[in-house]
Design a protein around this ligand. Structure first.
Ligand code: ADP
Length: 438
């Protein structure tokens, strides 16, 4: 309904006054001046009383809850009340729309994977979502209205907030939750208000550290043999005639050993990177287990050169579904580790068993064993319990990392049982789905 023009109100008032005047004039004509004036007075009192009642109704209405309809009255006040009602409805609707939009916005902010914190111009907390509560150890029930720096007291955060240079985000290692790293960005808005967005970058930081460690490890592993080879070449360049033949032969053998070591390292790195960087899933070849194990057994005996007793037990044989090359590499790695970490005279057992749930390949030795604190880290790249022994026996520190990758591509699991000074058992469990009938 459109708002009525103000002249309607004037017209209404005029009609009331004219009615009163006509009433007075008519009664004067019929009953004399006194009665006419008296009737006008009564009329005026009735009109006044009506105005007062309407005003009272208006005053009562303003005390009602928002959304209560305006009372219905007659006359000029009726026009005013109708306009008021219309305006109140419009205000009520737009308020409802605003609060629905605000609610939707809050729900969306709560669902965000990042932490969101609104700060007032005095840097007190105005609003906070669940993720931010988690990231900064806050609680919306108690912390709203409190200056943020009273609650998040890390000096780096306070300095960042105070400095006012928010173009670059802040990397914050949480003091409250161990191992949590946050990327914090402040976004100023409105009249000196701020939005603080926090993102959990623990995993990204971990990957970045791993990448840095990996590059450092590879460089270090390559530098040692390269230093030996280039040192030898420099010595020879300075005058190889001065050296006796036996010395030159010894140097050449040393340089050859080092270049073989570099070659092995590069081969392992390439294998690992092929396994890690989206190499296609293993071809579903039908791998004859008995044949594969006999080959691995022979290689272990060759590596041992008669210094160990290496036995092979096959219970069930069968066919494995997977990549022949990868499975051979994993099994051979475990067998060669057993030989390399078992002193001469030791025993090494290669075992294959099948049961209703799948099959198991195990390599058992009575070698040097591993202390329990090292077990969880053995499959990390370049992790070695004894660096000297690993290098001496031609290790690269990548063998078990390769084994782990190959096994996970075949849905198999690696278990390591070991006792320091007594020996180790590395077992690989294949699910039934990886086995096929012969
Ligand atoms: P490496 O090339 O050094 O042998 P691996 O990744 O194959 O690297 O093995 C990691 C480490 O695990 C080795 O350096 C060694 O300390 C330990 N290890 C592996 N197999 C055995 C084993 N059978 N007995 C004792 N220690 C072992």
């Amino acid at each position: 309904m459109a708002i009525r023009p103000v002249r309607y109100i004037w017209a209404g008032a005029l009609v009331t006054l004219l009615s009163l005047a006509m009433l007075g004039a008519t009664v004067t004509l019929l009953a004399g001046l006194d009665i006419g004036l008296a009737s006008m007075l009564v009329g005026l009192l009735v009109v006044g009383w009506h105005h007062l009642r309407c005003m009272q109704q208006l005053a009562l209405w303003t005390r009602q809850p928002v959304g209560t309809p305006v009372p219905r009255v007659r006359g000029v006040w009726g026009f005013l009340f109708a306009d008021l009602d219309r305006r109140a409805k419009l205000a009520y609707d737009s308020r409802e729309r605003l609060s629905a939009a605000l609610e939707r916005f809050r729900e969306a902010s709560q669902a965000m994977p990042d932490g969101v914190l609104y700060l007032s111009e005095h840097e007190t907390i105005e609003w906070i979502n669940r993720k931010a509560e988690e990231h900064f150890g806050l609680d919306h029930a108690t912390d709203l209205g409190v200056p943020v720096t009273n609650l998040v007291r890390q000096p780096e955060f306070c300095r960042y907030l105070a400095a006012g240079h928010y173009a670059e985000p802040l990397v914050l290692v949480s003091a409250r939750r161990k191992g949590l790293t946050l990327l914090v960005q402040v976004i100023p808005f409105g009249d000196d208000q701020k939005m603080v967005v926090s993102r959990d970058i623990t995993q990204i930081e971990k990957l970045e550290t791993m990448r840095r460690d990996f590059v450092a490890n590879v460089s270090h592993e390559l530098r040692t043999p390269l230093t030996v080879v280039s040192g030898f070449l420099e010595t020879l360049m300075d005058g190889w005639e001065d050296f006796p033949r036996e010395d030159i032969e010894r140097f050449i053998k040393l340089a050859h050993d080092q270049s073989t070591r570099m070659q092995r390292l590069i081969e392992d790195l390439l294998t690992l990177s092929a396994l890690e960087t989206g190499a296609p899933a293993p071809v579903e070849e039908r791998v004859d287990v008995a044949g594969l194990l006999r080959e691995v057994h022979q290689q272990a005996e060759l590596l041992s050169a008669g210094k160990h007793e290496v036995t092979l037990e096959i219970d069930g044989g069968g066919v494995l579904l997977g990549s022949q090359k990868e499975l051979h590499s994993a099994f051979a790695n475990l067998a060669s580790n057993a030989v390399r970490y078992t002193p001469p005279g030791g025993k090494i057992r290669l075992q294959w068993t099948c049961d209703a749930h799948g099959a198991e390949f195990a390599v058992e030795d009575n070698g040097i064993g591993i202390a329990p604190e090292h077990l969880p880290r053995l499959t990390e790249r370049f992790y070695r319990v004894d660096l000297g022994r690993s290098r001496e026996t031609g290790g690269t520190g990548l063998g078990l990392a390769i084994v782990k990758h190959i096994l996970s591509r075949h849905q198999a699991e690696l278990h390591i049982d070991s006792r320091l000074g007594q020996g180790s058992r590395f077992s690989v469990r294949f699910p039934k789905a990886r086995l096929a009938s012969e």
